[in-house]
Design a protein around this ligand. Sequence first.
Ligand code: UT7
Length: 328
Amino acid sequence: MTESAVTRAVVIGVGHYLPARVVPNAEFEATLDTSDEWIVSRSGIERRHFAAEGEATSDLATHAARAALSMAGLDADALDAIIVATSTPDLTFPSVATMVQAKLGMTRGFAFDIQAVCAGFVFAMANAQALIAAGSARRVMIIGAETFSRILDWTDRGTCVLFGDGAGAVILEAQEGTGSTADRGILSSDLNSDGTQKGILYVDGGVSTSGTAGCLRMQGKEVFRHAVEKLARTARTAIDRAGVTVDEIDWIVPHQANLRIIRGTAQKLGLPMDRVVVTVADHGNTSAASIPLALSVGVARGQIKPGNLIVIEAIGGGLAWGAVVLRW
Ligand code: UT7
């Protein structure tokens, strides 16, 4: 196949923010029939961060955005667009992304939110890549930011021990590539959803129904059953579409919901765990924030380096799931 010049969406900055309050599993033992042992053995989660009262999703997102801008050495006005992936916005509208735009003092460009629950960051990356490839934007910041602590039922031990709050951001920039798999940037994506599976993971409130924010409801076992199979399949599709092989992958950066799902997916793909970035123990499930948080932590730990071939993959409410292959 002949290679020809293409516009790639290349990561030039990454950053994250976690709220100050750390909640260890043991804190739930006071109010629920649960134990640190159960939570660790079933999910791999040891602690999570919860936002303070008055600390909103846009605040978390703005901290992460500033960290990513600082790494890229850019001012906010160097961005053309901001996309925030979230299911826990400050308000019904306007978007969190426009609030971040204002907080950063960005006076140009455009901003909007994407909602694909835990897969939101993967969907946002694919959409940002499309904007860049179409020439609609040269620099796009993608933020995953969530305050899931606001939609948890504190009496439901099957869900409230699993989630946390946080934000992560990456900045993508248009750069000319050769069209080969050696190019830096996003090489492929695969997006999927199945709306018939709404009942296994949803929030029981909303603007046009209850008029309330509602609480998260999940049939964990059912979601688990879908997760490993669908995540391995979407990752495999994205890998094939990128024209690379599993052996070439340096890091899988999966959605951090459950260590058993992360292990099962890696195993199905034939990748050892020393090529998987894992943060679930410290963050819990931060939904759309979990992958950018893991990317940022992976860079800070010295795991992810320029030139590395990375697969990100996630599944969540919808069901919605997908994967992106990129060279860092
Ligand atoms: O990010 C979106 C995607 N979400 C996910 O990927 C989550 C997917 N699901 C999961 O991670 C797992 O299904 C869970 C961690 C939620 C649950 O693990 P499980 O091994 O599927 O456990 P289970 O739901 O089958 O529950 C086993 C037992 C039940 O008791 P019985 O019926 O066997 O007597 C539960 O009532 O554990 C009980 N249980 C708990 N016990 C102590 C449920 N939650 C707790 C708890 N502490 N917090």
